[in-house]
Each structure stands twice: as structure tokens, then as C-alpha cells.
Write a protein that binds this ligand. Structure first.
Ligand code: FAD
Length: 394
């Protein structure tokens, strides 16, 4: 069956109806209250344990990740069904799994490169939110240029002994497991000497130091490894084959791009409501809101163009960089406009509207997360516009 098969469209409609009914029964006012992000004094509180419980409810209902294979808790959903799922979840304001990075990035690597034992051991607890995962790629001297990573892994009998440091580990302060990239061969070209490991974060020699962000939360950590003996069974893929794991894993969640415009559309609706209730009316405010509306709509169209290509069976390439840029700049402009128009109540946190100041501060990270703006501009320049390659340092 192809993705634009009428049967697939019927399947998407059936999924939509079933999910709407399920959300009606399970996303009760009590659950909504429990999973609401709140402001307490100057702290922004993420109700993590309540979100984890909601994650388990989603999993038990078969709704944690429909794109996953059914044998690991998904539904083998096609792209139109995935899109219907994302639209219904966004419309209901229903959060997804707590292991966002695990489900979107680590699980596809385990599905592609993992042994049957690793798949059996890790995937279900990850999707149900029973075990929290982080991704250990970036280091103080290796970010955009990930292949320069230095954290060492030295083979010693049945173990790989890890020494070094990782940073900007999302979820690192809570993680039970880490998908860790280490240098196992320093004597070959840098892309060829990297290995991926699935590391138990309770092993002796691991120290996690949470990093508090300017938005007030501790969603990141630095992680230090001091002669940590990781068993060889933790290898994901081949020894020295980590670059393939990092770059050649295709996600089965192909409609994930829709989440960007769906979430931003919700934020825009929230802004329009708040501006009507608390904002300063006038032509300048109207012009700013119209500009934000146009940006969100453009993002939606760019995302839909990418989705359309995938439905037609084409693999998106550098368009992903255009979507990333459009998303980051639209979100940053939207949250800045909210604080401009709403003034003090936006900073203090509006009970009706959530906390725009947290959104504003959080949105700054979008210039960096998932590929920086400058790196994405280079990709667009070279691969979309066909401009000459940027000169590389000798
Ligand atoms: C919200 C968030 C979540 C993150 N989560 C994780 C995580 O879970 N795990 C993890 O390992 N890391 C994570 N990171 C780290 C992220 O991957 C890195 O911050 C990112 O790769 C950039 O690396 P860097 O910070 O070292 O900056 P650098 O790569 O040092 O870049 C510094 C500046 O130089 C520019 N630059 C770099 N190279 C070029 C070039 N070739 N051409 C032009 N300009 C260039 C960049 O655009 C940037 O402005 C996260 C970051 C954020 C913001």
C-alpha cells in the first residue's frame, strides 16, 4: 500500500475517530490539571511525574507512538495516520511521551542497529516512560562539528572503559540510560573512530551535574565519565561504526514535522486570545499580530510541502533545514511579540495563558538546538541554492 492510497486515508479517518473518543475518556479535567505547567514564584514547574503517568496511560491505550512497530507498542501507522494522530493530539492539547528525544531519535537507531535483545530490553520501557533516556553527543569542544568529539572509549577485555565529558545533555539530570558517542580509535580519520554505546547511568564513575538554564529549569546536564567500565554488550551497531548510527538512522515518525506548525499554531491562538483580553489595542499591535500569523502560516505551508513529498514517496533532503529555520524564527518572533504586547502580566505569568516569559527565554535555544541557524543557512546555501561551498579551514 502506498501512503496516498484511499485505504490509507480511510485508515487515517478511522484512527482520528478512535483517538478522539479515547482522549475524551482519558484526558479528563483532573489529568489536565495534573499535567499543567505552572509558575511558582520565580520558578517554572514542569510536572514531570504527572506527565510520566500520562505517558503510561497513552502507552497502555496504544497511543504513545503509532508510528512504531506494533510489536514494541506502536501501531505500524502510515504517514497519513501519523499526521491524523499529531493533529488530534495537538487539537486536544495532549502531551506526548516524556522521552521525546528517546522516542524520536534513539529508538529509531535501536530499531535499525540494535540486536533483538537490545530491542526487547529497551524499547517498551522507553516508550512507556519507565526509563528515561538522554543523548550524549555534544562536548565542550564538539558541537556543530560532532565528529571532533574526544570522550574516549578504550577496549579492555569484555569492557569499554570510558573517560571524558559530555554537555548539554537534555534530560541528563533524570536519565537512567544514555546513548553515548565515544572515540574508540584516535588514529583514523575522525568520522571513522567513533562508537555508539547504550550506557547504564548507574555505573560507577559517572557524575551528572545539572545545568540551570536562564529560563529557570534544569533540563540539561553536564556528564563526567571517570574510568567507567561499560560492558561490550552495550555496543549499538559496529565498533567504530558510531558515525553511521548518528547520521544514517531514519526515523519511522515521518509526520513529526507537522508537530512544529501544530504547536506553533496553538501558541498563536493563545497569543491572539491573550492580546484580545489583556493587550494594548492599536495599529502597531494589529500589525505585529498579522505578521506573526503570516509567519506561522508560512511555516505550515513549508511543512506541508515536505509532508506532501513524503506522501508521494520522496525522501526530504535539505528542506529540513528550511523548516528548522522557519520554525525557530517564527517561534522567537511570536514569544517576543507576546511579551511586547502583554507587558508585565506576560512576565509575571498569566493564569489563563501560561507563562510567556518562560516561552520567550526557552525560544532563544531554538537558534542552537537540532542544528544551529548558521549551519542550517550553510546547508540551504550549498544544497538548495547551489551556492559555492564555504571555505574550510586548512
Ligand atoms: C535545547 C537544546 C537541547 C540540546 N540537547 C542536546 C542533547 O540532548 N544532547 C547533546 O549531545 N547535545 C544537545 N544540545 C547541544 C547542541 O547539539 C549543540 O549546542 C549544538 O550542536 C551546537 O554546538 P555548540 O553549542 O558547541 O556550538 P558551536 O558548534 O561551537 O557553534 C558556536 C557558533 O559557531 C557557529 N558555527 C559553528 N560551525 C559553523 C560553520 N561550519 N559555519 C558557520 N557557523 C558555524 C554556530 O552556528 C554557533 O553560532 C542541545 C542544545 C540545545 C540548545
Amino acid at each position: 500500500m502506498t501512503d496516498d492510497d484511499p485505504a490509507d486515508e480511510a485508515g487515517a479517518e478511522a484512527l482520528r475517530t478512535e483517538l478522539r473518543a479515547w482522549l475524551g475518556a482519558h484526558l479528563t479535567p483532573e489529568v489536565r490539571e495534573a499535567i499543567r505547567y505552572r509558575q511558582e514564584g520565580t520558578s517554572h514547574v514542569v510536572p514531570f511525574e504527572a506527565l510520566r503517568e500520562w505517558n503510561a496511560t497513552l502507552f497502555d491505550g496504544g497511543w504513545a507512538a503509532p508510528s512504531w512497530p506494533a510489536m514494541f507498542g506502536g501501531r505500524d501507522a502510515g504517514i497519513l495516520e501519523q499526521l491524523a494522530f499529531n493533529e488530534e493530539m495537538a487539537a486536544a492539547g495532549a502531551p506526548g511521551p516524556v522521552n521525546a528525544i528517546g522516542v524520536a531519535n534513539i529508538a529509531p537507531a535501536i530499531l535499525t542497529y540494535g540486536t533483538p535483545e537490545q530491542q526487547e530490553r529497551f524499547l517498551r520501557p522507553m516508550l512507556r516512560g519507565e526509563e528515561i533516556w538522554s543523548q550524549g553527543m555534544s562536548e565542550p569542544e564538539a558541537g556543530s562539528d560532532l565528529a571532533s568529539l574526544r570522550c574516549r572509549g578504550v577496549l579492555d577485555g569484555d569492557d569499554i572503559v570510558v573517560d571524558g565529558q559530555k554537555t548539554w545533555n537534555s534530560n541528563g539530570d533524570r536519565a537512567d540510560w544514555c546513548q553515548l558517542y565515544v572515540r574508540t580509535d584516535p588514529d583514523v580519520p575522525k568520522h571513522q573512530g567513533i562508537t555508539c554505546l547504550l550506557v547504564d547511568m548507574t555505573l560507577p564513575g559517572i557524575e551528572v551535574r545539572p545545568i540551570r538554564t536562564m529560563a529557570g529549569d534544569a533540563g540539561f546536564a553536564e556528564v563526567f565519565f571517570d574510568s567507567v567500565r561499560v560492558p561490550r554488550t552495550a555496543l549499538l551497531g559496529e565498533l567504530h561504526g558510531g558515525w553511521h548510527v548518528a547520521t544514517r538512522t531514519l526515523s519511522n515518525e515521518r509526520a513529526g514535522v507537522a508537530v512544529m506548525y501544530l504547536h506553533l499554531r496553538k501558541k498563536l491562538d493563545r497569543l491572539l486570545e491573550d492580546a484580545a483580553a489583556h493587550g494594548r489595542p492599536g495599529p502597531v499591535a494589529r500589525q505585529a499580530l498579522a505578521a506573526r500569523y503570516a509567519e506561522v502560516r508560512i511555516l505550515e505551508l513549508v511543512c506541508k510541502r515536505m509532508l506532501g513529498a513524503m506522501v508521494a514517496g520522496r525522501m526530504p533532503g535539505a528542506e529540513g533545514s528550511i523548516v528548522k529555520l522557519a520554525w525557530a524564527s517564527a517561534d522567537q518572533a511570536l514569544t517576543a511579540t507576546a511579551v511586547d504586547l502583554l507587558g508585565r502580566p506576560a512576565i509575571d505569568g498569566l493564569e489563563s495563558a501560561g507563562t510567556w516569559s518562560w516561552d520567550l527565554l526557552g525560544s532563544r535555544s531554538l537558534t542552537i538546538a537540532g542544528g544551529t541557524t548558521e549551519v542550517n543557512k550553510n546547508i540551504i546555501g550549498e544544497r538548495v541554492l547551489g551556492l559555492p561551498k564555504e571555505p574550510k579551514p586548512a
